[in-house]
Unconditional design. Structure first.
Lengths: 243, 254
């Protein structure tokens, strides 16, 4: 369970988030929509505490993440998988090493166990046999899938997706959307998807909220969103997500 | 003009504060035993072994050219028997540590800042954090320890090569007596000259690595930002090295 209360974030006086509040129950796939630069990615960075909020709080499983020690924060982060917009794979490491990274760093697993987990996660993202390939040799969609496999290494209960399908062709986008649904269905993970891709929003989300001028302006299902009378939502959907 | 000067001063103080904070974090993490030996060894090879050719070639030729300059003059004034001693003191106290520091600052500071800077602008540092790995532990500590340990070792090799580079030129080119060269070195040099030089190189190793890591972690923007971080890491490392070298020399050898 994630509870976001009255979250504010300013950068040098520029207001990005202006009192955002939302509860995300376990197992839900929440899509956060909005135009580029509206603060969607910032929200994910704040949930991971990659940045500090100007005001407000974020609770994960009842723990206020701002009050956690370094070790406590590491424990929370290992419950969360993050798929970055740029995939952010470690470019000096092979696919295997990328997926194995967090497990190796923890020092609790044997190499045989790590190998098994990597194989399983790569199969899950439909990239078996790519262990020895370097990230630079993969297409954008494949990199995103490796990024998902890496995020899944610890079997996280929460997955944050930052623009998982932006810039990908429709076929690859559909593959990733299917994967997001599969993870939600089979692993029962809580997902927050930040995107402005309508197909991703409509195919994956249980609930949709829109960020506009630093505030949430809607909370509803896909059907409710499509029927919404709110002019900002209407404009967003009519424009195909590119307001 | 005054406004620009004010901004430059504030930028410098901010940079100095961030680097000092990183240094303290690094020391605290090392003391709490949060070090990965595999990563340290990897960096020791990159920073130390891979720098051997350039460090030793520079040392040997600087020793040789220094000998050409001083031995010729010493012979002219009838002081040829002091060449070895002067050479030894100059090499141990200044030439070897400073030269090795300059070589490592140019080669390693640039590489560290470029690598960490690229990771920063491509969200790889964020990915480390997201995967529950502290970037200071994973990236900074191994480079800091490796640089701090390898610079003195490289300096010891540079001491030997630089001194014997001078020996070759003095004895075989300037025709100074080989025994005189070695005897004067033995008589004029003190152990503290060698230890002092090695101690200085240890401090240089800390300075170079921490500045390079700080510049890398502070990288903003894309390729341009990485380029700027790389350049400024070499410039800042060299400036810090020369300033600290002066004060350490006064402190250790005056």
């Amino acid at each position: 369970m994630i509870k976001i209360k009255d979250l504010h974030k300013n950068y040098n006086g520029l207001v990005v988030l202006n009192g955002v509040s939302v509860d995300i129950p376990e197992g839900e796939t929440l899509a956060v929509i909005g135009p580029s630069g509206c603060g969607k990615s910032t929200l994910l960075r704040l949930i991971l505490r990659l940045e500090e909020p100007t005001k407000g709080s974020i609770e994960i499983d009842g723990q206020n993440i701002a009050r956690l020690s370094e070790d406590g924060l590491i424990k929370i982060r290992r419950k969360i998988g993050m798929v970055f917009q740029s995939a952010a794979l470690f470019d000096s490491m092979s696919v295997y090493e990328n997926v194995a990274f967090a497990l190796r760093e923890q020092n609790h697993f044997t190499e045989a166990e790590i190998k098994k987990v990597v194989k399983q996660k790569l199969e899950l993202v439909e990239l078996p046999g790519k262990e020895n390939v370097m990230p630079s040799e993969l297409s954008g969609g494949m990199q995103k899938r490796v990024s998902i496999a890496r995020a899944l290494a610890f079997d996280p209960r929460i997955i944050l997706y930052d623009e998982p399908t932006t810039g990908l062709d429709p076929v690859t986008s559909t593959t990733i959307e299917n994967l997001i649904n599969k993870l939600s269905r089979e692993l029962k993970v809580t997902s927050i998807i930040v995107t402005h891709q309508l197909s991703t929003i409509f195919r994956t989300a249980h609930r949709i909220i829109m960020l506009d001028q630093g505030r949430f302006i809607l909370g509803g299902t896909v059907a409710e969103t499509k029927r919404s009378d709110n002019p900002i939502i209407k404009k967003f959907i009519t424009a195909g997500g590119e307001t | 003009m005054i406004e620009k000067l004010g901004h430059a001063t504030l930028d410098f103080l901010e940079e100095f504060g961030r680097t000092s904070q990183l240094f303290l974090n690094t020391i605290a993490s090392i003391l709490s035993g949060k070090t990965n030996p595999r990563l340290v060894i990897e960096q020791m090879v990159k920073i130390g072994i891979d720098s051997l050719p350039i460090a030793l070639t520079s040392a040997a030729f600087v020793g040789m050219v220094f000998a050409v300059q001083i031995a010729t003059e010493f012979v002219r004034f009838g002081a040829s028997k002091y060449v070895g001693g002067v050479m030894g003191i100059a090499v141990a106290r200044e030439l070897a540590p400073a030269l090795t520091g300059v070589v490592i600052a140019s080669r390693v500071a640039a590489a560290i800042a470029a690598e960490i800077g690229t990771m920063k602008v491509t969200e790889q540092i964020d990915a480390l954090n997201a995967l529950g790995t502290n970037p200071v532990r994973y990236l900074v500590i191994p480079r800091f320890i490796a640089c701090t340990l390898m610079l003195p070792i490289l300096t010891i090799f540079a001491d030997i090569l630089c001194f014997f580079g001078g020996y070759v030129v003095s004895v075989y080119l300037i025709k100074i007596n080989a025994v005189d060269y070695m005897n004067s070195a033995q008589q004029l040099m003190k152990y503290s000259d060698v230890y002092g030089g090695i101690f200085k190189s240890l401090i240089f190793g800390m300075i170079i690595s921490i500045i390079a890591c700080s510049k890398g972690l502070g990288t903003k923007g894309g390729a341009k930002g990485v380029g700027e971080a790389t350049t400024s890491s070499v410039v800042a490392s060299l400036m810090a090295l020369f300033v600290v070298n002066y004060f350490l020399s006064v402190l250790l050898f005056k």
